[in-house]
Design a protein around this ligand. Structure first.
Ligand code: G3P
Length: 216
């Protein structure tokens, strides 16, 4: 499964890049606003750190304006993927941008029906939100299973990008469900490393080794 970092923070991205396990980045208007820099400047800086698909979201809500804004964002760098919300205008923009050869990530997906619409509109990525479904008492991971299954049934090219992942279990379950990509906040990516037996085992190895070979 590919790992994307769900952040616009350059320091988090630099650390993730050092680990060599980050395949791309997703941003959204909330994450961009958090960094306080104009979106074009921030996305360009992100493209210099991570060499993979970088999702940049439009803030327009009407299709014509989304298409214009999306075409503009796509000019920032060859790795930019334009993010649009799963609305009627968003799907209209997705169809038009995809026809122009611009890759589109359709976001704010909360149902298999929505995901089917996005695939038929030529979406490059679909972003079902797991955590936000869990927040309302639904089982978000069921949606990932459904979308992966439906897309396999019809050989859709759209890749399933599991989003709103809140912890390591979400990442593992998304991988077990067959999601192509998981987008993770930096904190969650960092948590994936942790296992007490790894720390305990390394301590013991070093203690045993140093007992014999430590400089007397
Ligand atoms: O890209 C979508 C993601 O940022 C949403 O995550 O945790 O706010 O539901 P969350």
């Amino acid at each position: 499964m590919k790992f994307f970092l769900d952040t616009a923070n350059l320091n988090e991205l630099r650390t993730g890049a050092k680990w060599g396990i980050v395949d791309g980045v997703t941003t959204n208007p909330t994450l961009i606003a958090k960094e306080g820099k104009p979106i074009k400047e921030q996305i360009a800086a992100i493209c210099d750190i991570i060499d993979g698909p970088i999702s940049a979201e439009v803030v327009a809500t009407e299709s014509k304006a989304m298409i214009a804004e999306g075409s503009d964002l796509a000019k920032i760098h060859k790795n930019v993927v334009v993010k649009v919300p799963l609305t009627r205008d968003g799907i209209e923009a997705c169809s038009a941008l995809s026809k122009d050869g611009i890759r589109v990530n359709v976001t704010l997906c909360f149902s298999a029906a929505q995901a089917l619409i996005a695939a038929k509109a030529g979406a490059y990525f679909i972003s079902p939100f797991v955590g936000r479904l869990d927040d309302i008492g639904a089982t978000g991971m069921d949606l990932i299973h459904q979308v992966v299954h439906i897309y396999q049934n019809y050989d859709f090219d759209t890749q399933v990008l599991a989003a709103s992942l809140r912890g390591p279990l979400h990442v593992i379950d998304a991988a077990l469900a067959g999601a192509h990509i998981g987008t993770l906040p930096f904190k969650v990516l960092d948590q994936l490393f942790n296992h007490p037996l790894t720390d305990k085992g390394l301590d013991q190895f070093l203690k045993d080794y140093n007992k014999v070979f430590a400089q007397k």
